[in-house]
Write a protein that binds this ligand. Structure first.
Ligand SMILES: Nc1ncnc2c1ncn2[C@@H]1O[C@H](COP(=O)(O)OP(=O)(O)OP(=O)(O)O)[C@@H](O)[C@H]1O
Ligand SMILES: [Mg+2]
Length: 444
């Protein structure tokens, strides 16, 4: 992409309505525009990051054997009457009527709808295990939408639902989700710590929330500092292996880590004092096992091996896809702007031409642009007639992790400069070597 042809409405002024850094930076970098309270349009740069997050979520869900579907945002109230949640849910649910006077709602979550799909089409234990998921907009009429996309009213969520014959099988599905979530967040360059949590209106017995540590987080968290040393890394996990998934769950949940809702002072105080941490965190996901809470009232049964009709054991598993954009910025920024991790960056690198109109500099930039594009990378080439300082400031603000700077002086010596946004360190390299360096970073 050439910046002269792109739509990147960066703001010079710091917007006064934004209270936290991620919201400020998303507005300043032209990533989003508020449409109404808690409701945002995604502008090109923000939309690219959102899509990158979606892609990683899809890839990791499919790797775990989960099957993508797409359910509508609007749901019939009748389904929710069957589960008893239509009355239980409260004013967070946006309710409406269609022209025939039928009660509808904008889905805040999809347990009922997916259970309805299941009961219509699945009747035997032979079709299990099954996990269906989708990435779809949700609406929750939050009492206080704030912090930009972090607590929106309309927001994008990945929600997945497992159907299993027994509680044991459903707990394996739970563990499998925990493993796949660890991988998912790490691929985005984030550490999200599974913490024991409260189940809220979803209901159920077993549940963990995934929290990204950040001062601006809305949850108070208590944990053993040893937990932050754990890395999932690129270990090869067989998602069908009960032992392997259980092993990962034990490794990542055996140390104390809880949110304020489940915090137990007595247990916490058993940790050596120097390892006790009290901090704040952003909830970026949650997994639940809730057994037959929905399958029983809604009649989602299968025949088991003995020919009995039994309700299936279920769980649901959510990732806050749009909230992650904000959480990533909270965890990755400095006073100049955003610093995208390579896994989610909207463009792989920036090309800054410090002397637009200089024949040699222009030609070198074009060559870099073509070579990077041919390698399957997406560079953002700042080809505008502007001061070098202003171009650098824009690149720093929008946070591309790598920048190639091209100018007549370097070119006289046959070099361009490759700069890391995170460390600020620069390397002088021949243009071909700069391309090779960026390709190596992204493994292409
Ligand atoms: N209002 C919102 N705006 C953006 N993302 C949200 C919002 N509510 C929930 N999410 C995201 O969706 C994920 C799954 O939804 P879940 O039902 O667990 O939310 P929740 O526990 O009600 O969230 P919270 O406690 O933050 O209100 C959450 O972990 C979070 O990342
Ligand atoms: Mg939650």
């Amino acid at each position: 992409m050439r910046l002269s042809r792109y739509f990147l409405p960066v703001l010079k002024e710091t917007p006064s309505e934004a209270q936290i850094v991620s919201h400020r930076l998303m507005l300043r970098a032209g990533m989003i525009k508020q449409a109404s309270a808690g409701n945002y349009s995604w502008l090109p740069l923000g939309y690219k990051v959102l899509q990158n997050i979606e892609r990683i979520v899809h890839e990791e869900q499919k790797r775990a054997g989960h099957i993508p579907i797409l359910m509508p945002t609007l749901q019939s109230a009748d389904l929710w009457r069957e589960s008893g949640r239509y009355d239980a849910y409260g004013p967070e649910m946006l309710r409406m009527q269609d022209r025939h006077g039928r009660d509808m709602l904008y889905g805040p979550t999809n347990e009922e709808m997916v259970t309805d799909i299941f009961r219509a089409h699945v009747g035997s234990y032979k079709d299990l295990p099954l996990t269906l998921y989708h990435i779809q907009w949700k609406f929750r009429d939050e009492i206080r939408p704030r912090f930009g996309v972090m607590r929106g009213r309309e927001f994008l969520m990945k929600d997945g639902y497992n159907f299993d014959l027994t509680k044991e099988d459903a707990l394996h599905a739970y563990n499998r989700h925990l493993v796949s979530y660890l991988r998912t967040y790490e691929r985005m360059g984030l550490q999200a710590i599974p913490m024991r949590a409260d189940s809220g209106p979803i209901g159920g017995d077993d549940t963990h929330e995934f929290l990204v540590l950040a001062e601006t987080g809305e949850s108070e968290v208590f944990y053993d500092s040893e937990i932050t040393d754990l890395k999932f890394g690129d270990r090869d996990i067989d998602y069908d292996s009960v032992e392997q998934c259980q092993g990962v769950l034990e490794e990542f949940t055996s140390r104390y880590a809880r949110t304020d809702e489940t915090h137990d002072e007595e247990l916490f105080n058993q940790i050596p004092e120097e390892r006790r941490r009290v901090a704040r965190g952003i909830e970026v996901g949650q997994i639940f096992y809730f057994g037959t809470k929905y399958s029983e009232p809604m009649g989602a049964t299968v025949t088991d091996r003995e020919g009995n009709q039994v309700p299936v054991h279920m769980g649901s598993h959510g990732i806050g896809v749009s909230r992650l954009v904000g959480a990533l910025i909270e965890a990755n920024h400095d006073d100049k702007g955003i610093i995208w991790p390579e896994g989610v960056t909207p463009f792989h690198c920036g090309i800054v031409n410090v002397k637009q109109g200089d024949a040699e500099a222009d030609a070198a930039c074009e060559d870099l642009y073509k070579a990077l594009s041919a390698a399957g990378l997406e560079p953002l080439y700042d080809d505008r007639e502007d001061r070098a300082g202003a171009k650098f400031a824009t690149m720093d603000l929008i946070g591309l992790p790598w920048r190639i700077t091209v100018g007549p002086r370097g070119l006289k010596n046959g070099v361009v400069e490759v700069t890391s946004r995170r460390t600020g360190e620069s390397e002088e390299l021949a243009p071909e070597a700069a391309v090779a360096r960026i390709r190596e970073i992204y493994g292409v």
